[in-house]
Design a protein around this ligand. Structure first.
Ligand code: ZN
Length: 338
């Protein structure tokens, strides 16, 4: 499943081609790809045809195209979704093409965007926009000056900001960890706490800070929470930097199998191979119908951290429990799939 860096490659590739373009025609080849489109809001093709696309915006792994009419086209890539930028004369030979947008761009002329989705976990929808709850810019895009910039599609509003977002709340993140007794990896995958991190980059960030994925989030000191957040950002930024070099403007591609920036992974997918830090073979363990990869030597469960004991090598740091914490708020959030 694409994570933040993969979706950012798609966004960055689409943005120059679609920004300012008018939707000349819409072809829905498979109505199953409209499952998240609310029929009550109107017909997808009718709502979209004639609209002008203002930008390409991303929050975490969610992508949307604000429309001049005030709504947005939301693209859920799901497990296997791709948004492919085509020339208008490209042969329509992809049997997994579900939706096709014919665009007219004032500078680039006629273009086509094909939504290709083999497994149909992804979808497209026209959604209404609402102001962001914190009044800040909703997501990442090259230009944030438009009237749409501080609004977010209703389908994305429950998604937390991603750690690369300038408006991400570091203190709020640490406070959210302190309230959750569930394993830290589950919290990293909870899109209501922090978005954009999936299985792969969660394993990588946990390896980087020598942390076991089942370590209770509430047992982490503030210092360890900060270290983890810094590692998440480093892992995501590194993947973004690598993705930028493989980008091809004519073929915007996200592929769940081969599109990951796998050449620099330290733990994920490396079961049985030596930990790059200590040489101990990486182990693979069952995790939420998927797998976790970790070094059994570097990443051990730490007992007694909750009571203020040292987390191994790090200095004990008093954990600040927010006043808002109530006995009923210790349950973890709903982990998102991906
Ligand atoms: Zn190791």
């Amino acid at each position: 499943m694409p994570e933040l860096p993969e979706v950012e490659v798609v966004r960055a590739g689409l943005a120059p081609a679609v920004t300012g373009a008018r939707v000349a025609a819409v072809e829905v080849l498979d109505a199953r790809s409209l499952k998240r489109h609310e029929a009550a809001s109107g017909d997808f093709e009718t709502l979209l045809t004639g609209e002008r696309i203002e930008a390409a915006v991303r929050r975490g792994k969610f992508l949307w195209l604000p429309l001049a009419g005030g709504g947005a086209l939301v693209g859920h890539l799901g497990m296997s979704g791709q948004l492919l930028l085509r020339t208008p004369d490209h042969p329509g030979d992809d049997r997994h093409a579900r939706i096709r947008l014919h665009l007219e761009h004032p500078e680039h002329g006629e273009l086509r965007v094909d939504f290709v989705d083999q497994r149909i976990f992804g979808s497209m929808a026209i959604d209404r926009m609402a102001p962001t709850s914190d009044g800040r810019v909703a997501g990442f895009s090259a230009d944030v000056t438009g009237p749409w910039a501080r609004s977010i599609p209703s389908q994305v509003a429950h998604i937390a900001r991603d750690p690369l977002d300038p408006a991400f709340d570091d203190d709020g993140f640490a406070a959210a960890l302190a309230r959750r007794a569930t394993g830290i990896k589950r919290v990293l995958l909870d899109q209501g706490v922090v978005s954009g991190i999936g299985n792969i980059y969660a394993d990588e960030a946990l390896w980087a800070v020598r942390m076991h994925g089942e370590q209770p989030a509430s047992s982490l000191s503030r210092r360890r929470a900060r270290e983890l957040l810094a590692a998440v950002r480093e892992v995501l930024n590194r993947a973004l930097a690598e993705g930028g070099t493989s980008f091809d403007a004519q073929y915007v591609n996200v592929n769940g199998a081969s599109g990951y920036f796998a050449h620099s992974l330290n733990a994920y997918g490396r079961a049985g191979r030596p930990c790059p830090r200590c040489g101990t073979p990486i182990v693979r363990e069952a995790f939420m119908n998927r797998s976790s990869h970790r070094c059994p030597r570097c990443q051990r469960l730490r007992a007694g951290v909750r009571s203020g004991a040292s987390t191994g090598a790090s200095t004990p740091v008093a954990r600040v429990i927010p006043a808002a914490t109530s006995p009923g708020s210790s349950a973890g959030g709903t982990p998102a799939r991906g």
